[in-house]
Design a binder for this molecule. Structure first.
Ligand code: ZN
Length: 444
């Protein structure tokens, strides 16, 4: 019911013996009819749903949940504890996004009613769910708490990949590939965001970040990093911590600006059970992957103004990642006209966003109705992605025990999904179907 032929709006319905389980309930983003679609729950009558399973807390996986409560759903919403904590931050924040609040799509009461249905499920703890089935979550390595969800029912089993992360990123473990001995999976639903592409190899993103920062800070200007608050901000902090440990940037403050980035960073610090071996070792040494001497947070607007008054170099990480709103705008307005400023993009910039205009070399941009000249240097730093590439997806799929009889490919642009389905067929000799929206498949 979403994320078919596109990467947003994730929502799958699994019908088991008269019980319907919804896996994810996300919003559509960036499509022409997104606002209209986001005003509707993914199922006609939410009160008939048996349960909801969440793979992770990103808006495009949880953003339509309050429409379920509004539509009479009162069953359990299962997710990893960190996923539920992120979802809470995301849903409260969604109330401020005009697309939801402005259109009156859902209210604070709907959000509160949704949060009351949350039921935490730890990784690899089998949990009974409606339909006589059992649910097990496995670490998907995408963001904190991210999960692949295995549903084992009387007639068969199905594994939803969720969004799969990359191997060897800071803080988080790699996507799970080790299943309990008894596990046998009949069907897999897999994402395909990068199903037709490989991430660049060679020089690491951390080394590139070091080079770009060195050059950027040479002239004493500010470095502005527009970044998503969930995942990317924490990954950047972890990379910067390593770079600062070498002494190269001693004394240059790093500021994370905005309550959402700070709240999610605090969550990452609380859920240490999700850390990989390297991050856990840092903790044992009395250190953590998300703190270092020069790191500061600016929560309130006044704090933000004080950061803008810093004379000399500083690195500022603030949302939104595509400069479509958020605290980054104040910094851009003040520092874009200064030729010593560097704007560093570490994420995808969609068409129509200010981020994209800056990347394309705009001489001026409009911020809060004012025209701002651009003299800053704008750089795109590739190599940061929270998604596995084609080979990463294939490697994950190879380790799914069974082997599965069928694979459904979703969460990808049509070309990426089709190319990946073809690969799965050719390399794994498993029938792969590109999932289509609104189509029902008989599994067992
Ligand atoms: Zn995601």
């Amino acid at each position: 019911m979403g994320a078919a032929g596109t990467v947003t709006g994730s929502a799958y319905v699994l019908a088991l013996d008269g019980h319907e389980i919804l896996v994810d309930c996300g919003v559509f983003q960036g499509e022409v009819d997104a606002a209209e679609r986001n005003a509707q729950a993914p199922v006609p009558d939410p009160s008939e749903l048996g349960a909801v399973v969440l793979t992770h807390g990103h808006l495009d996986h949880v953003g339509r949940l309050p429409l379920l409560s509004r539509g009479g759903f009162a069953g359990p919403i299962f997710g990893h504890p960190a996923t539920l904590a992120i979802a809470e931050i995301v849903l409260r924040d969604a109330l401020k996004i005009s697309q939801f609040a402005g259109a009156g799509v859902y209210s604070t009461d709907d959000v509160e009613a949704t949060l009351a249905l949350f039921q935490p499920v730890a990784y690899e703890a089998r949990r009974a769910i409606p339909g006589g089935a059992r649910l097990t979550l496995f670490d998907a390595g995408h963001i904190l708490g991210s999960s692949s969800a295995l549903v084992e029912a009387a007639g068969g089993s199905i594994l939803f990949s969720g969004d799969l992360g990359r191997r060897q990123t800071p803080i988080l473990r790699d996507p799970n590939t080790a299943y309990p001995a008894s596990t046998s999976v009949d069907h897999v639903v897999i994402e395909s965001t990068y199903g037709d592409r490989l991430h660049p190899t060679g020089i690491t993103s951390r080394e590139r970040l070091r080079e770009v920062l060195r050059r950027a800070l040479d002239d004493g200007g500010k470095v502005l990093v527009p970044a998503f608050s969930i995942g990317r901000t924490q990954e950047l902090i972890a990379h910067l911590r390593e770079l600062y440990a070498t002494g190269d940037f001693t004394g240059v403050p790093v500021v994370v600006d905005g309550p959402m980035g700070l709240d999610v960073t605090a969550l990452y610090e609380r859920h240490r059970d999700c850390y990989d071996a390297e991050a856990a070792a840092l903790l044992r040494g009395g250190d953590g992957p998300l703190s270092f001497g020069e790191l500061y947070g600016a929560r309130g607007r006044q704090a933000s103004e004080r950061v803008r008054d810093i004379t000399g170099p500083a690195i500022v990480i603030a949302g939104s990642g595509m400069c479509t709103g958020g605290r980054i705008l104040g910094y851009l307005e003040e520092f874009l006209p200064d030729a010593r400023t560097d704007v560093l993009f570490v994420g995808y910039q969609a068409r129509g966003t200010m981020g994209r205009r800056l990347l394309e070399g705009a001489d001026a941009v409009t911020i809060e109705g004012r025209s701002v000249n651009v003299r800053a240097r704008v750089t795109e730093l590739g190599g940061f992605s929270a998604h596995a590439d084609r080979d990463g997806l294939l490697a994950w799929l190879r380790k799914v025990p069974g082997p599965p009889r069928g694979v459904f490919v979703g969460h990808g642009e049509p070309s990426a999904a089709a190319a990946f389905a073809e690969r799965v067929g050719a390399e794994l000799e498993i029938t792969a179907t590109v999932a289509e929206e609104g189509v029902r498949y008989e599994l067992w």
